[in-house]
Design a protein around this ligand. Sequence first.
Ligand code: HAM
Length: 439
Amino acid sequence: MMIKRPKGTQDLSGRQLSRIQKVEETIRIIMNDYRFNEVRTPVFESYDLFSRGVGNGTDVVSKEMYDFNDKGDRHLALRPEGTASVVRAYIENKWFGPEFPNPFKAYYIGPMFRYERPQAGRMRQFHQLGCEVFGAVDPSVDVEVISLAMDLFSELGLKQLKLLINSLGQPADRQAYREALINYLKPFEAELSSDSQRRYLENPLRVLDSKDTKDQEIVKNAPKMIDFLSEGSRKHFDRVIELLELFEVPFEIDHQLVRGLDYYQDTVFEIVTNSKEFGANTTICGGGRYDGLVESLGGPSTPGIGFAAGMERLMMLLDIEAVDLNEVEPLDVYIASLGEEAEETVLKLMNQLRHLGYSVDRDYLGRKLRTQFKQAERQQAQVVVTIGSEEVEKQEAVFKGQKTKKELSIHLDDLDESFDALFNQLTLDSSVIDEYFKA
Ligand code: HAM
């Protein structure tokens, strides 16, 4: 029987993968502009890292984690997210030390694992692009992190996005709010969805972001977190809002926004799309502040903030919005060949051109010339050269610019000195230049 890939995973190749690579390239450029450095951490970690870091009571840890005991009986888990891992690495490698930049700004792109019901944009192995900043409490850092996310998406060409923002205050503020919320929900208990009934005592804030319409109706008039913020948290939030306005980042305050992981305090945000194909308000990106997390995992008291975006959702949105990523890289030179006697000359030529920095391909299967030219066309080759017995004998060949239709002959001994100039002449479309001067 044929073996299939596990549910909720993907095999990638061809154009789909080229698009992902293009997006990753853009991400790396922008991350570098913002002076974030890449970090890579293991895909599996100690189970305790997530149960303590993300929270035992969260769905991510209690229902969705791939955990197992290894042959040495260690309790491990495939990482369901990146923040806890990066915090662990920050503490373990002492990235807070004087030889590292402070604030420490890191990003990652990599696979994450959650046992969820697979559907469009929800996978069991998915990929996140994430970033974290350690060591800075200033509201301007919140705004920088949010702008980074917005910049990334707009640089990629995405338009239908909305930024939602809220504050969860300090842990003590949240405790007071929690009680108020439980009191408010009590009379409605019987009317709540079964999920919310279960949640309302252990994690009443999660009732706020229930997808159930009846629940949503009930929480509409619930007390708002914002009225429970301590003075410091209120000031922080007001300043974040002020700066977002100053930088003209459009946003909406969403009093129902609570996020599904336990480590957050103060600023939380999500970037959602209203694209019809996705269904209402699909979250592309989520993040926030976690000023208590480093300390709670055994590090020095250090504030932190970050976000993560789902790469699969990002790619889906790019497809839906039909964003052209120019993912097909045209081939520089295609070498067509005729007869076995051409073989050595072709190999030598191919090597030489690749060392000069050109992408080169050829036929490996002894196919007809016509088929070889089709191959060249399919790869959008810019220049084609044909090597047969005559070319071998004279060590001279005619290179042809596919778009310009120009042809130039060159002695193969002169390639190193002259090929750059020849390639430019064959590929530079003079009509573009003429057009420019006419204008
Ligand atoms: P999160 O909201 O759990 O946050 O995940 C962030 C994003 O990952 C989601 O908005 C979504 O786009 C994507 N995502 C999550 N689960 C799946 C899935 N099963 N399939 C496809 N995509 C998925 C975090 O993970 C936090 N670590 C973000 C963060 C970083 N907060 C601070 N720093």
